[in-house]
Design a protein around this ligand. Structure first.
Ligand code: SAM
Length: 288
């Protein structure tokens, strides 16, 4: 039988037995709330035949439950000191493979070979907050087929991920992630749900990855460059930010915006994905 790690006393005992010390710099806040655990796994909407890629299994609290519901689980943990802990908590679960590495160094296309028996693959992760954005992009840009991505993130990041044009939290991160996925909030989580408690509020979000990106662009790298340029200085107009970033003269840039049907004095934060895509096409034409 598995140790019930969602019970605080069992988790503490397991960590103590192996002399484990939390490393703040690795974003180690382990979940000890059974209700939150249930909501995270439910959001992944797993069925037999599914594969799950977990980032940062920690002591294996979430991993145990994933292994019961999915066909194959691959978990990547950076901290090797957790190996004896995970060997104990995951003992007897023969559909889990733990890889000790920094997830940013992992070639996801290679890992996906482990999922050859799986109809679809989702990601579940209680993320280390210091690398949330690089990890999301590592996943989304890898091109591996993803079904749901259920992640616990800092509340402020969750707000940015779901925000639309014209709101204060809308920025380059919102546009870039919404290009790949439909995003919705699942659950707000208070610091007391973890040991040790983090200094920030958390939120679970779900990314339902699109089969095709939300908009069609002639060059994806250019699209992301246009988006970053659009938000470069939030208080400046598109005209200013774009002419500065791309080295266009003001009149040229004004002309380009007007031809795209975008008022040059608008700010980047008011542009929809579709408008950023049209702008990318216009800049692409101008550069080629
Ligand atoms: N999943 C566990 C839970 O819910 O209790 C632990 C979550 S804890 C917030 C984040 C985990 O990610 C830690 O175990 C940490 O060691 C691991 N981690 C931190 N940086 C990582 C990286 N770059 N690659 C892989 N794992 C990482």
């Amino acid at each position: 039988d598995q140790i019930d790690l969602a019970r605080l006393s069992s988790l503490r005992e397991l960590l103590q037995t192996h002399g484990f010390q939390f490393k703040k710099q690795l974003g180690q806040n382990f979940l000890v709330d059974a209700r939150v655990l249930e909501r995270i796994v439910d959001a992944a909407d797993l069925i037999p035949g599914d594969g799950v890629f977990e980032i940062g299994p920690g002591a294996g609290v979430v991993t145990q439950v994933l292994a019961q519901q999915a066909t194959q689980v691959v978990a990547v943990e950076k901290d090797r000191a957790l190996a004896p802990v995970l060997d104990t908590s995951l003992a007897g679960l023969n559909n889990v493979k733990v890889v000790y590495a920094d997830v940013l160094d992992v070639n996801l296309n290679e890992v996906w070979n482990e999922f050859s028996n799986c109809a679809r693959v989702s990601v579940v992760a209680n993320l280390p907050y210091y690398v949330t954005t690089p990890i999301l992009f590592h996943l989304l840009e890898s091109g591996v087929p993803l079904h749901n991505v259920v992640v616990m993130v800092q509340k402020e990041v969750a707000d940015r991920l779901v925000s639309g044009p014209g709101t204060k939290d809308y920025g380059a991160l919102s546009v870039a992630v919404q290009y790949y996925a439909e995003v919705d909030k699942v659950l707000r989580v208070h610091p007391g749900a973890f040991i040790p408690p983090p200094n920030v509020e958390s939120e679970v979000v779900r990314l339902r990855v699109r089969k095709q990106p939300a908009v069609i662009v002639p060059d994806q790298t250019l699209f992301f460059r246009v988006v970053r340029a659009g938000f470069a200085m939030r208080r400046k107009t598109l005209l200013n930010n774009l002419s500065h970033s791309f080295g266009f003269t003001k009149p040229d840039c004004e002309h380009l915006l007007l031809c795209t049907g975008i008022e040059p004095r608008r700010r980047g934060e008011t542009l929809s994905l579709d408008e950023f895509a049209r702008l990318t096409s216009a800049i692409y034409e101008k550069l080629h």
